[in-house]
Design a protein around this ligand. Sequence first.
Ligand code: 13P
Length: 251
Amino acid sequence: MRSKLVAGNWKMHGGMAQNRLLLDLIVGGTRGLYGADCAVCVPYPYLSQVQSLLQDTHILWGAQNMSQHEKGAYTGEVSATMLTDFACRYVIVGHSERRALYGEDSLTVALKFKAAQSAGLLPILCIGETLEQREANVTEQVIADQLDAVIGLLGVSALAKSVLAYEPVWAIGTGKTATPQQAQDVHAFIRNRVADKDIEIAAGLQILYGGSVKANNASELFSMPDIDGGLIGGASLIADEFIAICRAAQS
Ligand code: 13P
């Protein structure tokens, strides 16, 4: 049986005082949760603060991006090893905002995935189609290509130590959630595609849904057989919302 994971993606939000308030509430509000892990993926400057606030709690943490390079003359970049200095467990790679706004292609994302795992981090690999692609009926092709970039570079076994996140681009920050069935269909497609290569890895793979998950739609989404939790943007910044979403993931 797969456990569930609810991970907050704070994106470029936060501040020392507000982080402390938010995390205090989240820690208190998710105490005693069973069958689900909770995590927050925060901007780099707050990793140290978040580590010290969360290290003796049940909440896990991570970053939202990293370099594919180990070290070197890459001004402004952050390596996987640097993230491990702050005891990160997760790092998001290939978020659609990185792909669309910063030109990250699927090969770069696969190299980041590899660098993350080499340092002992669990990559949360984001994949998802745009509205145009959905309307052109190429959703499965897009998802397959994004997934195959990682499998092609590293082999299917690499997925054993990772998390996938299906995030339809048209549902991110729009308030327009995929219906549970729409999400389930794509999650099942992803799991079947992995199962064609390795049934056990597919069975154990956590596949999160992301895109306008809120307290009022989380339970329905998380009750679908192939949805193993969520990657939460806006609602992860509101304590009550995030706590309710974490609770919805309990088994
Ligand atoms: P929203 O929950 O704000 O739609 O963002 C989803 C997302 O991009 C999480 O990575």
